[in-house]
Ligand binder design. Sequence first.
Ligand code: OGA
Ligand code: MN
Length: 200
Amino acid sequence: MDAVLLPKSWNVDQIIHDLDQQGFSLIDEAYPPAYMHRLVEECTSNLNKFRDAAIQNGVVSKIRSDHILWINEQLEIASQHVHQLEELAKQLNRAFYSGIRNVEAHFACYNSGEFYALHRDNPHNKNGRVFSAVYYLHEQWQSDWGGELHLQDKNDQWHILQPKPNRIALFQSDLLHEVLKAKHQRLSITAWLRSDSDII
Ligand code: OGA
Ligand code: MN
């Protein structure tokens, strides 16, 4: 793959520092507005393909009510974001020896009333997820619209993080977190930086 440069707003030293101290980091104004608009357009024009995230292999779960669409190379705009995360992963590997080899990602849409109850993305180290990276891509978000990411950091402190447009919330996949009930349509890309599967 050609060399991919990270956007200037991704301050890798700061990200590494935050992850080391707290287990999570926020990247604000992650992308130039023009790219974000193209991403919103790609997401919203595919909303008819999103599937109920609660149903996996025919089994219905009550802990989440959002809708998702897995990202592959056909979703060209979102794939660029995945490639940026692969580039970030190389730097995190250097800092933490985290052995990330692969990034998987899906779009997620929470309609009004939808939520994701308390969970860990990698409970008991049962999968290869090392870090979770959630990028918020709705065009605007108001602080009374709910949908916050409620996250317990590695020092057991709880944080309420707003799903601000153009923000990436990056956190250790073993941390406890939930998505509070949204009152407006909330769009995102959830990605996992994984130490298993294909080499990046
Ligand atoms: C998830 C998740 C958090 C968010 O998709 O596993 O916890 O803020 N998402 O969307
Ligand atoms: Mn999660």
